[in-house]
Design a protein around this ligand. Structure first.
Ligand SMILES: *[C@@H]1O[C@H](CO)[C@@H](O)[C@H](O)[C@H]1NC(C)=O
Ligand SMILES: *[C@@H]1O[C@H](CO)[C@@H](O)[C@H](O)[C@H]1NC(C)=O
Ligand SMILES: *[C@@H]1O[C@H](CO)[C@@H](O)[C@H](O)[C@H]1NC(C)=O
Length: 322
């Protein structure tokens, strides 16, 4: 309080100067406002109802460009597509240019309608207006067109058969869709969770799904992971599936393998014994008909030579028979 009263002298002087400054400020404000109004009136001005239109492929796109104000009766309008390398005219000299003649049309004087847009049409378009009667004669507005594309059927890779306990990666990819699709995997028509741990139904499995890359990774396959796998690619405008593929998870059980080997060995030894017996009889017959043919005696000799292991035994038996 004391402090506020102390500079009373200078405060009075200030109170004399304030009205003058305020007047000057007010005048400046009016001048600025007047200038803005005049500027506004004399400049051609463009607005758009949508600077970032998003359309689906094969539908029509409206590129909105509206003259908000102009003094010029017939402003010149141009539309360009601004590419990264080159700029092409769509509308020039009041005419649609090239392919655009059949694909696009002016709408409400300055806006542009493109029929049946394709993914190649995405990009930046510029609406330019030249109004010679205005003080500021030119204006432009950029429209960024986004084209959404439905996914195609993705390419899926599923291993046909994998032993129990091994890891496996199933892949699913789609390259046409925009925005980039996300992926989900299905087994026998049933959607798989992103993580097998998240669902009690899949507690016996151990897998994870990456919805962005489309991979389904099994850490350790179980018999129950056998089935028909398919994948779905999906984005904002559609989805597509790859055809289901079967994956079989087979038992690689050691007891089974040993059993199998034993069976094979048993069969082999039985066959060997069988052949031995056959030749023993054959040899016996040959010995009896010794004078008849040398050809037949050569036969068991050859066989004897091959089966060196049994040779001693064979001879022993033969001599025993003789
Ligand atoms: C749209 O364009 C595509 C590709 O250019 C063409 O195959 C299709 O026939 C067109 N559709 C119509 C209705 O013009
Ligand atoms: C157009 O929009 C897309 C997505 O909305 C964006 O990625 C891109 O950078 C924009 N392009 C320009 C030139 O602004
Ligand atoms: C998981 O495995 C156990 C033991 O083999 C079985 O009893 C159970 O039913 C299985 N659970 C599922 C959901 O398949």
């Amino acid at each position: 309080m004391g402090n506020a009263q102390a500079p009373a002298g200078p405060g009075q002087r200030l109170s004399c100067t304030i009205p003058i400054m305020a007047l000057r400020r007010r005048a400046a404000l009016w001048l600025l406002l007047a200038a803005m109004l005049r500027y506004r009136i004399l400049a051609v001005e463009l607005i758009s109802t949508n600077l970032n239109p998003v359309v689906q492929e094969f539908q029509r796109a409206e590129l909105s460009c509206i003259i908000a104000s102009t003094k010029t009766a017939n402003p010149r309008i141009e539309w360009k597509k601004i590419g990264s390398k080159e700029t092409t005219y769509l509308l020039y000299n009041n005419k649609m240019q090239g392919e655009w003649e059949h694909r696009a049309q002016l709408h409400s004087r300055t806006s542009l309608i493109i029929y049946n847009v394709t993914r190649a049409d995405k990009g930046l378009y510029r609406c330019e207006v030249v109004a010679p009667d205005d003080t500021i004669i030119g204006a432009e507005i950029n429209i960024n067109l986004t084209v959404h594309v439905k996914p195609m059927a993705p390419t899926c890779r599923v291993p046909q058969s994998v032993p129990v306990g091994k890891s496996a990666t199933l892949s699913c990819q789609e390259k046409e869709g925009f925005p980039e699709p996300t992926y989900s995997w299905h087994r026998n028509g049933e959607a798989l969770p992103l993580d097998s741990k998240s669902s009690s139904k899949f507690q016996n499995s151990s897998f994870t799904v990456n919805p962005r890359t489309g991979t389904l990774v099994f850490n350790e396959l179980q018999k129950g992971d056998s089935g028909r796998y398919s994948c779905r690619a999906m984005n904002a405008v559609g989805d597509a599936w790859c055809e289901g593929q079967d994956m079989e998870v087979y038992d690689l059980n050691v007891a089974g393998i040993i059993g199998g080997v034993l069976v094979v060995l048993l069969v082999l030894s039985l066959t060997t014994v069988g052949i031995c017996c056959a030749y023993r009889k054959g040899f016996f017959v040959n010995n009896k008909q010794n004078g008849n043919s040398y050809k037949t005696t050569a036969k068991p000799d050859g066989v004897n030579y091959i089966r060196t292991d049994d040779e001693g035994d064979f001879r022993h038996k033969s001599s025993f028979v003789i």
